[in-house]
Design a protein around this ligand. Sequence first.
Ligand SMILES: Nc1nc2c(ncn2[C@@H]2O[C@H](COP(=O)(O)OP(=O)(O)OP(=O)(O)O)[C@@H](O)[C@H]2O)c(=O)[nH]1
Ligand SMILES: *[C@@H]1O[C@H](CO)[C@@H](O)[C@H](O)[C@H]1NC(C)=O
Ligand SMILES: *[C@@H]1O[C@H](CO)[C@@H](O)[C@H](O)[C@H]1NC(C)=O
Ligand SMILES: [Mg+2]
Length: 406
Amino acid sequence: MMSKRRQTLGIQIVGALTALMIVAYFFLPAGVSNTPSVANRGGRPITNLNELSIDDFQRRPMQEQAVQAPNPNRVKAAFVILARNGDLTGVRYAMRQVEDRFNHKFNYPYVFLNEQDFTTEFKTLTKSLTKGDTYYGKIDPSMWGYPSYINETYAAECRQDMADRNIIYGGSESYRHMCRFQSGFFFRHPLLDDFEYYWRVEPDVQYFCDIDYDVFQMMKDNDYKYGWTLSLTEYPETIPTLWETTQEFIRKHPDYIIRGAGSLLPWVTDDGFLTYNGCHFWSNFEIGSLDFLRSKRYMDYFEYLDRAGGFFYERWGDAPVHSLAVAMFLRKEEVHFFNDIGYKHNPLMHCPTESYLQSKCHCNANENFDWDGWSCATRYRQRLDPSFVWNEFTYYNKTAPYRISA
Ligand SMILES: Nc1nc2c(ncn2[C@@H]2O[C@H](COP(=O)(O)OP(=O)(O)OP(=O)(O)O)[C@@H](O)[C@H]2O)c(=O)[nH]1
Ligand SMILES: *[C@@H]1O[C@H](CO)[C@@H](O)[C@H](O)[C@H]1NC(C)=O
Ligand SMILES: *[C@@H]1O[C@H](CO)[C@@H](O)[C@H](O)[C@H]1NC(C)=O
Ligand SMILES: [Mg+2]
């Protein structure tokens, strides 16, 4: 119940407002009959809503921001986002940050991929966030489905078994198609044909630091083929035979493997190549060379893994697959750690701890994951430090395994 005092106060306020409106009616200029257009108003403040034409409400900010013609010499690069229509809100959340932290200065295009048709809503509400071009591609069943040599009955049994053992995404069929697509196909999608570099973005990720240089140009100038921010160990239950399959591949193609001081392989094993330690770059963030993924050695590796069936009979992730390929085929000088890109994909965050980098970020450096238990950044730093001289790398040899020792 409203008290008598409050009722009185209410009446007084309404009265005062009415008086103000009457005063305003006499003192403010009357509406001009010839409504000026947006162009000829010349920055004069709007004092009367009648002055506004419908054009003022339609796409006004877009019309005022002239879209700059992209630099013709700019690197052929694009953001690549694999997503479902249901990921729209998470995609916008990530895109908003990519734009604010980096892309509003460069306007690189986005390529969206989906095994289903994107809805008009998805297209409209992503296109509206960027001045860059946006492309929407449907993934052909040849890139998202079972190859002929996979026994689907057996694959279903394997999924059930992994679900029973509570292995993360172990029971999911779509997750497997996704991992296989990201391992072997996204870079061959026709919409990526004209591009040289990609930056992978996932729904719901966060970017914390201003990036005021052209990252793709930097990659190209330095001849980097792969860039990462977070690394960690894989759940071994998802990749029981990935390492031995990779070893078989190495034995078949010894000439593909980078050896010696330039090799990244010491990063992926703790016992002289007997076993994989699970270390991988977290592929939800990647900036990389598409030509590297399209190279014969990478394609041969993917084909070899695909035939082995582990994308379906186990649950091989695209992150360990990309990372083992990087470790085998790239020299460490071709791989770049993006320490300056503060980034989070739940539950892990890379946040630069150096104050000169932190000054451009809004993440909490105390939550930086790099030097924690299951991070692989420590091993990366210790083992791949250029001042550390590596013995000649010998590929896996059960009789004389390569030992990592100083
Ligand atoms: N079109 C499509 N995209 C998918 C599908 N499953 C996953 N994705 C996308 O593939 C990427 C990886 O999937 P996520 O579900 O994020 O997998 P994750 O990062 O391992 O796990 P989360 O912790 O759930 O993020 C994201 O960009 C997803 O939007 C699918 O069935 N169809
Ligand atoms: C496919 O897998 C099922 C279940 O493991 C098995 O019974 C069947 O023999 C397999 N089929 C072929 C052609 O190998
Ligand atoms: C493995 O190591 C042993 C001992 O050093 C050597 O004799 C043999 O040739 C090696 N095998 C291969 C396949 O390199
Ligand atoms: Mg994800």
